[in-house]
Design a protein. Structure first.
Length: 274
């Protein structure tokens, strides 16, 4: 393989690399001369950034987490499973800070024909709580050891900040993963109208789909997604929590990281007649 051509590697590393930016520059040069495929470069850069990220940087915020209340019926839980396509849900008591356990959707199958025998509390798995400052490389290792696919993230006051799934961590390296549910319903849920003129939008939602759903006219020959459009408009990747105006719309970033916008809300503002 070209990657192990010692002469090329000696040339690339002939000067001391002291910063990550210098290392990325070396990798970019290596890709240019064919040491490895240029398509692999974003993956390598993501791996380098991986160690600096914390659970709070990638979590799904608490207000977006689909939860099950302990007193939910079989029918209510089935409706939630069907509408979301998720396989695991935090189960709560009085509020979202009262996480009692994790419910796996497959455990409900045996009770579909006998709902009277359903006992949600007996089916709960032990919740895995992690601090929001936990490095995600350490979190990935611990989740693998525990065979856990979902972690409940808490802040310094032990309030639930959100959740992190194994899939979300892996996506920080390899990018968005479309599962079976995404393949069927991805277009439908790329943009959802929360109330009149207020929309929740996935960063990967196509501009054409967004315009069709919102009667907007966002367009750019260089980008195809709403997230890409916003990043190009701002000339940066906005951080989670940022609020700004674009083309008469108020945009709030719900979740983003160093590489992409994951989700946002967009509100069409009323036109002002002068």
């Amino acid at each position: 393989m070209k990657l192990f051509n010692s002469k090329i590697l000696q040339q690339l590393f002939s000067h001391q690399v002291s910063t990550r930016r210098e290392l990325v520059s070396v990798l970019e040069e290596a890709a240019k001369i064919g040491v490895f495929d240029r398509d692999s470069l974003p993956l390598l850069e993501a791996v380098l950034q991986f160690g600096d990220m914390r659970a709070k940087d990638i979590l799904l915020p608490r207000h977006e987490v689909d939860i099950i209340k302990l007193d939910s019926s079989v029918d209510e839980i089935l409706k939630l499973i069907i509408s979301t396509g998720h396989s695991r849900f935090p189960v709560v008591g009085d509020n979202i800070n009262d996480v009692l356990g994790i419910f796996h959707s497959k455990d409900i199958v045996q009770y579909i024909l006998n709902p009277s025998e359903f006992d949600l509390h007996s089916l709960l798995r032990q919740p895995f709580f992690v601090p929001d400052i936990k490095p995600i490389d350490a979190l990935l290792y611990e989740m693998r050891v525990r065979h856990s696919h979902l972690a409940v993230v808490v802040d310094e006051f032990t309030n639930v900040a959100g959740i992190v799934t194994l899939e979300m961590i892996v996506e920080q390296i390899i990018g968005e993963i479309d599962d079976e549910h995404d393949a069927i319903d991805g277009e439908e849920h790329g943009v959802v109208e929360l109330q009149a003129n207020v929309y929740r939008v996935k960063g990967f939602c196509g501009l054409e789909q967004f315009n069709h759903a919102t009667s907007s006219t966002w367009a750019d020959d260089k980008v195809e997604s709403v997230g890409g459009y916003i990043c190009k408009y701002l000339s940066k990747i906005p951080q989670s929590g940022e609020i700004f105006m674009i083309n008469g719309y108020e945009v709030e970033i719900i979740q983003s990281d160093s590489r992409k916008i994951s989700s946002l809300t967009i509100k069409k503002m009323p036109e002002i007649n002068e």
